[in-house]
Design a protein around this ligand. Structure first.
Ligand SMILES: Cc1cc2nc3c(=O)[nH]c(=O)nc-3n(C[C@H](O)[C@H](O)[C@H](O)COP(=O)(O)OP(=O)(O)OC[C@H]3O[C@@H](n4cnc5c(N)ncnc54)[C@H](O)[C@@H]3O)c2cc1C
Length: 274
C-alpha cells in the first residue's frame, strides 16, 4: 500500500508553500513535490542577470502572517531575484515547511480511484502516494519554452535560457552576445549583460512597452507607515485590479480602482497612480 496523506501539492513556489502552511493549519497532512532543489518556484528558476520583481516588495509578499509582515526587512522597492529567493527560504524555515517538501522530484501522473475515493500520484522516481486532495501549484509560467528556430541545435556557441539560468555566475566579459526577445526577462537582462559583454545584439520580433521602474531603497518612514496600515492595505489589494496592486495605499485607494472610473476620468486616475 502506498503511503497516504490528506493532500498532495505539486510545486513549492509561493502558492505551494502557502498551501502547505494553510493545510497544516486546517489539520490536514500534506506533502509537496517539487522538481527543483529548493523553494521559490519562479524565483528559484529565473536567475538571469537583472531579474527583479515588478511589484513592490511590501506588496509582493505573504499576507497570512502579521508577524512576518512586521518583521521582514525588505530593502528595496522592487527586490532582486536573490532577495525574493531569500525571502522564500526565510518563510520555508520560519514555518518549518521543508520537512513536508520532497525536492528533486517531478510528479509524472495522477489517477483517481472511484473505489478508494483517492488519488494515486506517481513521481519520476517511481514512488507513489495516495491522497484525497491533489493540488497543482505548478504556476502559470513554470514550463520553459525554447524558441522554434530551425537549426538551433547546430549553434556552436554557448546558449542560455533565462528561465533555466545556471546557479553559478556567468561571465560575459569579452563575449559577443545575442539576446532573443524583449519581454520582461529580455528587458531586465539586456542592460546588465551589456555592462560586461564586448558586443551585444538584441533580436526583437515585437516591441513591448516598458516604463522606468523608479526603483530605490525603501525609506524607514514608508516601511513604518506600511506596517501600521498593513491590514487595510491587504484589503485594498484584494479588491484592486491586478496591475494596480502594488500602487494602492490605504489613504488613496479609489485612484487604483479603474472599474470605478469612467472612460473620461480613467486616464486621470491612471496618471495619478503612476
Ligand atoms: C521571469 C518571471 C518574472 C515574473 N515577474 C513577476 C512580477 O514581477 N510580478 C508578479 O506579480 N509576478 C511575476 N511573475 C509571475 C510569477 O510566476 C508569480 O508571481 C508567482 O511567483 C507564481 O508562483 P506559483 O507558486 O504559483 O508558481 P511557480 O513559482 O511557477 O512555482 C511552480 C513550481 O512548480 C514546480 N513544478 C511544476 N510542475 C511540476 C511537476 N510536475 N512536479 C514537481 N514540481 C513541478 C516548478 O518547478 C515550480 O517550482 C513572474 C514570472 C516569471 C517567469
Amino acid at each position: 500500500m502506498p503511503p497516504t496523506v490528506d493532500a498532495v501539492i505539486v510545486g513549492a513556489g509561493f502558492s505551494g508553500m502557502y498551501l502547505l502552511h494553510k493545510m497544516r493549519e486546517q489539520g490536514l497532512t500534506a506533502v509537496v513535490f517539487e522538481a527543483g532543489t529548493g523553494v521559490g518556484g519562479t524565483w528559484y528558476w529565473n536567475r538571469y542577470p537583472g531579474a527583479r520583481v515588478d511589484v513592490e516588495s511590501l506588496a509582493y509578499s505573504y499576507s497570512f502572517s502579521e508577524d512576518l509582515e512586521q518583521e521582514y526587512p525588505w530593502q528595496e522597492r522592487y527586490p532582486t531575484q536573490p532577495e525574493i529567493l531569500k525571502y522564500a527560504n526565510h518563510v520555508a524555515d520560519r514555518f518549518d515547511l521543508r520537512k513536508d517538501i520532497v525536492f528533486r522530484t517531478r510528479v509524472t501522473s495522477a489517477a483517481w480511484s472511484e473505489e478508494d475515493k483517492a488519488w494515486l500520484i506517481r513521481t519520476e522516481h517511481e514512488d507513489a502516494v495516495s491522497a484525497r486532495f491533489f493540488v497543482m501549484a505548478t504556476g502559470c509560467l513554470s514550463a520553459p519554452k525554447l524558441p522554434e528556430i530551425p537549426g538551433i541545435e547546430t549553434f556552436k556557441g554557448t546558449s542560455y535560457q533565462t528561465s533555466r539560468w545556471p546557479h553559478e555566475k556567468i561571465d560575459f566579459t569579452g563575449q559577443r552576445v545575442g539576446i532573443i526577445g524583449t519581454g520582461s526577462s529580455g528587458v531586465q537582462s539586456i542592460p546588465v549583460i551589456a555592462e560586461t559583454a564586448d558586443d551585444l545584439t538584441v533580436f526583437q520580433r515585437t516591441p513591448s512597452y516598458s516604463l522606468p521602474a523608479r526603483n530605490r531603497p525603501l525609506r524607514p518612514d514608508e516601511i513604518a507607515q506600511m506596517r501600521e496600515n498593513y491590514r487595510a492595505f491587504r484589503q485594498e489589494q484584494r479588491k484592486a485590479a491586478p496591475a494596480c496592486r502594488s500602487r494602492c495605499r490605504p489613504n488613496r485607494p479609489s485612484k487604483c480602482r479603474t472599474t470605478n472610473a469612467t472612460p473620461r476620468t480613467r486616464p486621470r486616475g491612471k496618471a495619478a497612480a503612476w
